[in-house]
Design a protein. Structure first.
Length: 209
């Protein structure tokens, strides 16, 4: 058992393989004897989270309303699931967190990811480790089309490119977060092996402190 819980956020544009990676790491660390849970944002558990998911199909709302929905949904997720799991000294693998909000919503407001991070950091815990999965948007779009039978569009590709740029800006410019940038175009097995090793190394170094 860990001396303290561990919060790891997985971030990146759509189609980077985050869900598959998290599922594999859940299995690895559970087999090692750790208590591990996985959560995803936005959730399906709050009205705000359901509104966000509906907007993916029905059309985006104003940036102000969208940001408020994310805050409301995240408040529930953090207080009802994440903080209790950390108190139980578990590893929390989180599929998207406020970095995605900063990039996806920031791309709609003059690329201002800094103010969104600041707002969220005032309310929610900082991850111990934030893993950014980096994939060329053209490749991620091809994956989405293949797996979800979703049509491609120039506008969507350009939007994802802009979002990806913001993720990379955060890694390069933000001085608060603890980031690990991973090439998501490598074979999935290699990515999982690399992350398993790096997270175990992180745990061992932290537990020595």
């Amino acid at each position: 058992m860990l001396e303290n819980g561990l919060l790891i956020a997985f971030e990146g544009i759509d189609g980077t393989g985050k869900t598959s990676i998290i599922t594999a790491l859940l299995k690895c660390f559970t087999e090692d004897g750790f208590g591990v849970v996985t959560f995803k944002e936005p959730t399906n558990e709050t009205e705000a989270g359901r509104k966000i998911r509906s907007s993916y199909v029905e059309g985006r709302v104003s940036i102000e309303e969208e940001l408020q929905w994310f805050i409301e949904d995240r408040e529930w997720n953090v207080h009802e699931r994440i903080l209790p799991s950390l108190a139980e000294k578990k590893i929390v693998l989180l599929d998207r967190y406020f970095f995605s909000t900063a990039c996806y919503q920031g791309a709609r407001m003059n690329n201002d990811w800094k103010s969104i991070l600041e707002t969220n950091r005032a309310k929610f815990p900082e991850p111990d480790l934030t893993i950014i999965i980096n994939v060329d948007p053209r490749i991620s779009q091809q994956r989405i089309i293949k797996e979800r039978q979703k049509s491609n569009s120039f506008e969507e590709l350009e939007y994802q490119r802009n979002v990806q740029r913001l993720f990379l800006e955060i890694v390069e410019q933000d001085t608060i977060g603890n980031y690990l940038l991973i090439n998501g175009e490598e074979p999935l097995a290699d990515i999982i092996e690399t992350l398993y090793f790096r997270i175990k190394q992180f745990i061992e170094e932290r537990e020595k402190e």
